[in-house]
Design a protein around this ligand. Structure first.
Ligand SMILES: Nc1ncnc2c1ncn2[C@@H]1O[C@H](COP(=O)(O)OP(=O)(O)OP(=O)(O)O)[C@@H](O)[C@H]1O
Ligand SMILES: [Mg+2]
Length: 328
């Protein structure tokens, strides 16, 4: 039976490699660049492929690769992508007993990459938000030791509390990576749930939104997160690595310098890598950070959110630099 259950979306991803000539400079966009083509034209693509993704599925693959027994709890459509996602999970050895099929198309993303590797995502959020928490076979879960809650979007965000409630009643540890819909609920609403989680994972922008502290005051953000709960806080910063607080101990982890091929799934690889490291080292935070950075680095070196994830015995943890200090 599963020792870890993941929650979050399951998506059918279509990756398109688009000609870099379509990228134009424009002051009308915050990045200074836009993708532009003539309305009504037909564009030849350089390459394309399909893959599976979504936070719930991506993180389940990290746990599987790390040799842990994992099940996914989420919903997919009554359509071909939904069927294919279930088949892939089953064939891979991820538990599918807690998946619901619903009358809405499976989540779908079109991910556009150029040779400069900036990605642009068109996302259809469909079936994933339809998971009916009341209908989950909780009694069949048989005491997993961890829940990993990847971002819950749309109306599923309202189920955050129910999932955390179940976990805490059953002495299950909780790692949660909040998404925008959950952050929009505000700390007043989320606070009681967050207070009880063991690991809270955010990127810097999300952490700033949640705490209302500007991104350049990183220590301020970490101290504020520490006030929300007694657990571990993880704030990722893309190419600048991550900050992790465990009570008053602050770890500053450096990212590895790599050529980024596709950043999709970096956050999921980091979060699930961190929790895998904790589980396998009996809660050694430094080991969690090393596995997280190694897994995220490996993920972004190849296309797709799950193709580059580390296997259990792959290792380059000793090359990762971590500074340790105190939050005063
Ligand atoms: N350009 C990069 N170079 C090296 N490592 C990176 C880069 N981008 C991301 N990473 C690694 O992935 C981790 C997570 O990335 P990031 O902070 O961008 O997460 P995120 O914003 O949650 O991503 P996602 O879009 O997947 O949700 C970083 O802490 C780092 O270890
Ligand atoms: Mg993220």
């Amino acid at each position: 039976m599963a020792e870890i259950v993941t929650f979050g979306s399951a998506t059918w991803d279509i990756f398109l490699k688009i000609p870099s000539g379509l990228v134009i400079k424009s002051k009308d966009f915050s990045s200074g660049f836009a993708i532009a083509f003539n309305l009504g034209s037909k564009i030849d693509l350089e390459d394309m492929y399909f893959s599976f993704g979504g936070g719930g599925v991506n993180t389940a693959f990290t746990f599987l690769n790390q040799g842990l027994d994992v099940a996914y709890c989420g919903s997919v459509g009554n359509d071909i992508p939904g069927k294919e996602i279930i088949n892939l999970l089953k064939e891979s050895g991820i538990g599918t007993d807690f998946i619901q099929r619903v009358d809405k198309p499976t989540n779908n993303s079109v991910i556009m990459n150029t040779s400069e590797s900036e990605r642009t995502v068109l996302a259809y959020r469909g079936a994933s938000e339809m998971l009916d928490i009341e209908d989950v076979y909780w009694s069949d879960m048989n005491n997993p030791s961890w829940f990993y809650i990847a971002p819950l979007s749309g109306k599923l965000s309202k189920s955050t509390e129910a999932i955390v409630d179940f976990a805490k009643k059953n002495k299950i540890k909780v790692a949660i990576n909040l998404g925008n819909s959950q952050i929009a609920m505000g700390i007043e609403k989320l606070g009681p749930s967050l207070k009880r989680v063991d690991v809270l994972l955010l990127n810097l922008e999300e952490a700033s939104l949640l705490t209302h502290i500007p991104e350049n005051d990183e220590i301020g953000i970490m101290s504020e997160l520490n006030k929300i709960h007694n657990g571990i806080n993880v704030v990722t910063k893309g190419a600048d690595g991550a900050l992790v607080s465990d009570k008053d101990v602050l770890y500053n982890a450096f990212a590895c310098r790599v050529k980024v091929v596709d950043k999709t799934g970096a956050g999921d690889a980091f979060g699930a890598g961190f929790v895998s490291g904790l589980i396998k080292s009996n809660n050694n935070v430094e080991w969690g950070i090393r596995r997280a950075i190694a897994n995220a680095t490996s993920c972004i070196k190849v296309p797709g959110a799950i193709n580059g994830l580390l296997k259990e015995n792959d290792s380059f943890e000793d090359k990762i630099k971590i500074e340790k200090g105190k939050i005063v």
